[in-house]
Design a protein around this ligand. Structure first.
Ligand code: HEC
Length: 463
């Protein structure tokens, strides 16, 4: 024991570890920064877990198009704990994205991005994009048809950006098509380029937390005034601040540990995403489905009317990034309490609902529906009855045509509906539509009764 102490004393004296860590451990934090403050550190816990499992995976993974799939099969089925390892890395990525998201929403709702923490927000936004980029590049490394085709879809979308699209797609892919060169490029992005930037930014982000302090829980009627805030914060800390360790840190550690245990448990129970067949350009019936955290973005592009698509693909992301980055400059002072910022709360809820609906849409549509289906033309509607016309319009509006073909319009995911009324009675149709089926969403809760009647009326005109 004495010996150990001596050794530690020597190490500490020569390296200055304690001296270095003291400001981290002992810095004062505002009291009352409770459970809502744990998500940032939980993200960090996930990141550490990702680094560890990622390095472990890289020991066995072979980033070449001829061997990648095989090496993953080996990791999954033969290597000891390989399956669990892949599972942890997958669920860890998911958890990290969820934690980043919650952390960001918390910061926004409590307006913790206001003076003097603007830089924390900006670095945080960049970290969000880097995290997503890690997920995106990691997915391709699986080198099965799902991973590869999802990247192909993304590259095609990127390529449609006016002017710079083609170049950007080529830069991303390392060529005009997805192939071995893309794999080595993505591997390099995933294990060298993005992590390097990520680590620097995380260090910067944490440094800012120490420099500017953790934001105090907002209080109504106590606006942020850049002129007096720093002094006020200092006085407040001197009066009521508590040392980070252990008064606040225990929550971070407890929640972080729980997160990691949950990730490992999920990995143990569900395992990693199954590898679909190896990518094969000749196999056109694949049903590529990106990992869930990419799904919302994919659905957004897939569901967009083609006319506005090329504009939106360019303007949308640029605008989103600009708004996010400019936020702390647009409102860097004033009220922080969510109760005094109803629009901020409303906006957050809208964004959450929007992203979540896109996700659900993407989840249901399992990726092969033809989202470019056009509405039925008057020639396809053999009637002037308003109910029938309404029904035909609904087939388009409700997305039936994404999966079902009527005459020459529509996708092939579901059976053709051109003459479906020959086979199915009204009652049968009703049941099928309301209950859905394999790969068909149940429309019971979505369609109004009159809408259902209209759709059936339309289908009945075509016996
Ligand atoms: C995501 C794709 C998808 C969408 C959107 C979709 N369907 Fe389907 N639909 C299917 C699939 C797949 C089947 C086959 C279901 C099965 O095997 O159980 C099907 C089956 C059906 C059937 C029964 C066909 C038969 O031959 O048994 C009807 C009727 C039908 N859909 C109508 C509709 C209508 C009306 C809508 C819009 C309100 C719609 N579907 C939207 C995929 C879809």
């Amino acid at each position: 024991m004495k010996m150990l102490k001596k050794i530690w004393a020597w190490i500490d004296d020569r390296s200055g570890i304690t001296e270095m860590l003291n400001p981290l451990i002992k810095h004062l934090v505002p009291p009352g920064s409770k459970w809502s403050y744990v998500f940032g550190s939980a993200t960090l816990f996930c990141l550490v877990l990702q680094v560890i499992t990622g390095v472990a995976l890289s020991l066995l993974y072979q980033p070449s198009s001829s061997d990648a799939y095989q090496s993953l099969q080996f990791i999954t089925h033969q290597a000891k704990f390989g399956n669990l390892l892949r599972g942890i890395h997958y669920f860890g990525a998911s958890a990290m994205i969820i934690m980043v998201g919650i952390h960001m929403i918390r910061v926004y709702i409590t307006a913790a991005y206001k003076y003097p923490r603007e830089m924390g927000w900006i670095s945080g936004v960049l970290l969000l994009f880097l995290t997503i980029a890690m997920g995106f590049t990691g997915q391709l490394l699986r080198w099965d048809s799902n991973g590869v085709w999802s990247s192909v879809v993304a590259a095609e979308q990127l390529g449609r950006i006016p002017l710079i699209g083609k170049l950007a797609a080529r830069l991303l892919m390392g060529g005009n098509t997805v192939g071995g060169h893309t794999l080595s490029r993505f591997y390099s992005y995933h294990v060298f380029v993005i992590p390097a930037i990520l680590f620097i930014l995380v260090a910067f982000h944490l440094m800012l937390v120490i420099r500017n302090g953790i934001s105090e829980p907002p209080k109504m009627g106590r606006p942020v005034d850049p002129k007096t805030y720093r002094q006020w914060y200092k006085d407040m800390l001197a009066k009521v601040g508590v040392p980070f360790w252990p008064y606040s840190a225990w929550r971070d550690i407890l929640f972080g540990a729980a997160t990691i245990i949950a990730i490992i448990a999920l990995a143990y129970i569900y395992g990693p995403p199954e590898l679909t067949q190896p990518p094969n350009p000749a196999y056109i019936y694949t049903n590529p489905k990106p990992d869930w955290y990419m799904l919302a973005i994919f659905s957004l592009f897939a569901l967009m009317p083609p006319k506005i698509e090329s504009v939106v693909i360019f303007v949308g992301p640029v605008l989103t990034v600009l708004i996010l980055l400019c936020l702390p400059f647009i409102s860097h002072k004033g009220e922080r309490s969510a109760l005094r910022r109803p629009w901020a709360v409303f906006g957050s809820i809208c964004v959450i609902v929007f992203v979540f609906s896109l996700f659900l849409l993407g989840e249901q549509s399992a990726w092969s529906p033809q989202f470019t289906a056009k509405p039925l033309t008057p020639t396809a509607i053999h009637s002037s009855d308003t109910l029938v016309i309404h029904g035909a319009a609904l087939l388009y509006q409700r997305g039936c045509l994404y999966c079902h073909k009527v005459d020459n319009t529509g996708g092939l995911k579901g059976p053709e509906l051109t003459n479906i009324a020959r086979r199915l009675s009204d009652e049968d149709l009703r049941v099928r539509i309301v209950n859905g089926g394999t790969n068909m969403p149940a429309y019971g809760g979505i369609l109004k009764k009159e809408d259902l009647t209209a759709i059936i009326a339309f289908l009945n005109t075509r016996k």
